[in-house]
Design a binder for this molecule. Structure first.
Ligand SMILES: *Cc1c(COP(=O)(O)O)cnc(C)c1O
Length: 224
């Protein structure tokens, strides 16, 4: 199916409060432009160098999301323009993002990545680790970051009931943290979950951001 049609098919079925992050990692500029011309404005990347290059070359009304594991020494390259960092999993990283955001005179929105999959290869915080981070005394000192919600990746499995349980778990953790730590603010409002193969389940379980790549752009080729 042509890219524009695939995009439309996904967007037409999104509830009003849900946004699509088109995950364009490994895709060349002209393919991103095709999605842009079809109306897509939010793109997700997981390599700093690639993101910077695409940011420099493409229209400035694109909203760039960083969706991968971010190393502290690379934050400075994206702090000037990134709109949302999806996978923050330590206070140390938050502090660096804050410092670089301050230099750039910006406030950067971040999601805490929660480990919901049973596979242990995935990055992310446990619920308890997220609680410790939110209770940390230094967190209120970070004026140039905003914790906007949570992000998670389900297990890579055909067992859709397992995937559903993992998304439900993320939603439950989200509700509880919102209640305990963000009651007086609207800041904490995003749940980033769901990829090409499991986003319909994520929508049913309360996602507000879905991160879809291969379904829109086709399979990635990491060798070229
Ligand atoms: C690559 C990637 C996606 C998109 O995966 P698809 O299966 O191509 O939709 C979503 N989230 C993260 C964190 C990714 O790295």
């Amino acid at each position: 199916m042509p890219l524009a049609e695939e995009l439309k098919k996904i967007i037409d079925h999104l509830p009003e409060n849900v946004r699509l992050v088109a995950v364009s990692k490994t895709m060349p500029l002209e393919v991103l432009m095709e999605a842009y011309r079809a109306g897509q404005r939010i793109f997700g990347e997981n390599k700093v160098q690639e993101l910077v290059h695409k940011y420099e070359e493409l229209p400035k009304d694109i909203e760039w999301h960083y969706i991968g594991h971010l190393q502290t020494n690379k934050v400075k390259y994206i702090a000037g323009f990134v709109q949302l960092i999806h996978a923050v999993d330590s206070l140390k990283l938050l502090k660096v993002i804050d410092k670089e955001a301050q230099k750039a005179n910006r406030c950067i929105s971040c999601l805490l990545q929660i480990k919901i999959a049973s596979e242990d290869s995935k990055f992310g915080l446990s619920r308890q680790e997220a609680v410790s981070l939110l209770q940390s005394e230094s967190l209120p000192l970070l004026k140039n970051i905003r914790i906007s919600g949570l992000m998670g990746m389900a297990s890579y499995t055909d067992d859709s009931e397992q995937v559903r349980r993992e998304f439900q778990n993320l939603y439950t953790i989200f509700k509880k943290l919102k209640e305990d730590y963000f009651k007086a603010s609207d800041d904490f409002s995003e749940i980033s979950m769901g990829m090409s193969h499991d986003y319909p389940i994520a929508l049913e379980e309360g996602a507000t951001l879905i991160r879809v790549g291969s379904l829109i752009f086709g399979e990635r080729n990491y060798n070229t």
